[in-house]
Structures are given as structure tokens and as C-alpha cells.
Design a protein around this ligand. Structure first.
Ligand code: RP5
Length: 198
């Protein structure tokens, strides 16, 4: 049953999921080897940095009970090819569990996890992250009528910001934080150009 599959998902595939069953954002990836690109980004920064360091999301906090109204995300490894049953269970139950947006990343030339997750989770929005350059065509090449929003290879940081933009339509706290973040970016650009003139 789907409930059994979700139990297996928690046991086998969960890197991090909030205690409550309805986090705001789901992050899924095809392999443990995608973890760095998806979450901490190596030399770049990843979705974890965007959510935790920039936007003040919590990983394990139930924001509905939390005085500071922090938002939550969960993280799973499910593979379109190695664990298609878990991928299907996750995507199929995402909307009813209360997720508002999914970020899905995969690498290789057969980067099918974002695509399949988007098709099964529809109409929930899914943001695809090609983990490598060679995965870009696979992730963006969806047929007409099967939408998948995608970022460029490795840009999980931007995928997280895009997810936050979707959440911001409903949640003023996230909208305010996004506006503030943009102001900080503007100021940091100003600082660099000022240094060039000094
Ligand atoms: C894809 O194949 C995964 O998303 C990963 O990026 C790539 C390689 O996976 P591993 O062989 O490192 O597990 O399915």
C-alpha cells in the first residue's frame, strides 16, 4: 500500500524530515552522490544554504507551533531507476501530505527523477535541478503539457529561492525575507564596486 511505501521511504530514504508530516518543501535526489550539489553546493552554495542560512527555514521545526514561524523542508534520496516505487509513492502523496513545492535533482544522462516526479506530483509545482551539465537536456526536455520548471546545472541554491518565491504568494514572512535578501544582494554588489573605485 502507499502507506507502507511511505513508511519505507522514511526508513530507507530520509536524510532529514520534519517530525510533522507536512513540511512546506520537499527535496528529493537520485543518489547520495547528489547530496553535495543539491544541499551545500560544493564551491557554490546549495538549497540547504539558501533555506537555512539565507531564508531562515528550519529543518525539523513545526512552524505551525513555532513562535518564530519558521518554515520546513524534508530531504529524501529516491531514484527513478533504482527505487521507482519509492519515487512514485513520494510524488503521488506529496500534495495530500501538504507539501507546496518539490525540488528534485538528478544527474547522469538519464536524469529522470525530476521529470517523473513532476508528472506524478502534478499539479504540484516541481523545480528540477540537473546535477551535472550533461543532465540539463534530460531535465528541461519535457513534452508539451508536462511542465517542469528547471534551473541550470548545479543551481540548487536558485531552485530553493524559486521554491520560496512560490511559497511567498501565500506566506508574507517568506515574501518579506526574500525582499530583504535582495536588498542585501544589492548592498553587497555596491560594496564590491565601491572597492574597485577605492
Ligand atoms: C543519477 O545518477 C543520480 O541522480 C546521480 O546523479 C547519478 C549517479 O549516481 P551514483 O551512481 O553516484 O549513485 O541517477
Amino acid at each position: 500500500s502507499v502507506a507502507d511505501l511511505i513508511d519505507r521511504l522514511h526508513e530507507e530514504a530520509a536524510l532529514d524530515h520534519p517530525d510533522e508530516e507536512t513540511p512546506d518543501v520537499g527535496i528529493v535526489m537520485g543518489s547520495d552522490s547528489d547530496l553535495e550539489t543539491m544541499m551545500t553546493g560544493g564551491e557554490r552554495r546549495g538549497a540547504y544554504d539558501a533555506f537555512v542560512h539565507e531564508l531562515d527555514f528550519a529543518e525539523q521545526t513545526n512552524y505551525r507551533d513555532s513562535p518564530d514561524e519558521r518554515f520546513t523542508f524534508e530531504t529524501y534520496v529516491t531514484s527513478a531507476h533504482r527505487t521507482p516505487d519509492l519515487m512514485t509513492a513520494y510524488a503521488d502523496t506529496a500534495e495530500e501530505r501538504g507539501l507546496e513545492v518539490i525540488i528534485a535533482g538528478a544527474g547522469g544522462k538519464s536524469a529522470d527523477l525530476p521529470n517523473m516526479t513532476a508528472s506524478i506530483a502534478y499539479p504540484l509545482p516541481v523545480i528540477g535541478v540537473p546535477v551535472q551539465e550533461k543532465s540539463v537536456d534530460s531535465v528541461i526536455g519535457m513534452p508539451t503539457g508536462a511542465p517542469l520548471v528547471a534551473v541550470d546545472a548545479g543551481k540548487s541554491f536558485n531552485a530553493a529561492l524559486s521554491a520560496a518565491q512560490i511559497l511567498a504568494r501565500q506566506h508574507d514572512a517568506i515574501r518579506d525575507r526574500l525582499v530583504e535578501y535582495h536588498e542585501e544582494l544589492r548592498e553587497s554588489v555596491g560594496t564590491v564596486s565601491q572597492e574597485l573605485h577605492d
